[in-house]
Design a protein. Structure first.
Length: 236
């Protein structure tokens, strides 16, 4: 059997192959340029540092210009400078003295505390080791993670009715101390609800978390009388 191949078809085939290879080469050059540019950004500004912390979970905090970034054990900056990470000693959480005594931000269970100010009120959340927000800053306060659990003050809003004269909803606020997992999901209730005047003048100071970690599932919880009770959150 004789197979006839058109010269025109062969020419077209090799031409298209050449174009595809040329396009791929340009794409690879572009990607390589992006990688070099990205590395240059994260490798810069590691001189004249104001503070360098010890390593925690493979990352160390570095401070420059009042902002904090994180480097890995090779000295490469993996989280660029930012102003929302929480310095442990500035956080009013009292549950974990070994955390609150640190004068730098750090990772615990692959999570680092961040703080955002909304309407003049501080709210807390968490980032992961890539610098991405994994738990939105919606809490009035939060501890560091211990055993992939954290204690947070969760805000609750209730609409009581509507003011016809002002055409505005009448709302009330309260908060409770709850336990969350490392993705922000509810695990257990500890204290509350506590009445809250949700106003920046009233919340100039962050409300203190009263409960304490004792072990991964065991907590010391403060009662309304000011005494303490021990609670295992895995026991129903």
């Amino acid at each position: 059997m004789t197979i006839l191949i058109s010269f025109h078809n062969v020419e077209t085939y090799f031409y298209l192959e050449f174009i595809n290879k040329l396009k791929m080469k340009k794409v690879l050059i572009f990607l390589a340029s992006c990688m070099v540019f990205s590395t240059a950004i994260y490798a810069q500004d590691l001189n004249d540092l104001e503070y360098v912390s010890p390593f925690h979970e493979g990352l160390a905090a570095v401070k420059k210009g009042g902002q904090w970034g994180f480097i890995n054990t090779e000295g490469t900056m993996v989280i660029n400078y930012r102003n929302d990470v929480v310095v442990a000693e500035d956080n009013l959480t009292q549950c974990c003295s070994n955390d609150s005594s640190k004068d730098y931000p750090f990772f615990k269970d692959a999570r680092c505390l961040i703080k955002k100010t909304k309407d003049g009120i501080d709210h807390y959340g968490f980032i992961n080791k890539n610098g991405a927000v994994v738990i939105e800053p919606t809490f009035l306060n939060a501890t560091h993670f211990h055993g992939k659990q954290a204690i947070v003050l969760e805000i609750y809003k209730e609409v009581l009715g509507k003011n016809a004269l002002l055409d505005k909803n009448v709302v009330s606020y309260n908060y409770s101390e709850i336990v969350i997992d490392d993705m922000g999901k509810f695990k257990a209730y500890l204290i509350g609800p506590v009445n809250l005047l949700y106003d920046k003048e009233e919340l100039k100071s962050t409300p203190i978390i009263e409960s304490r970690f004792l072990s991964p599932d065991l907590f010391a919880v403060k009662t309304e009388k000011g005494n303490w009770e021990i609670r295992n959150i895995n026991l129903k």
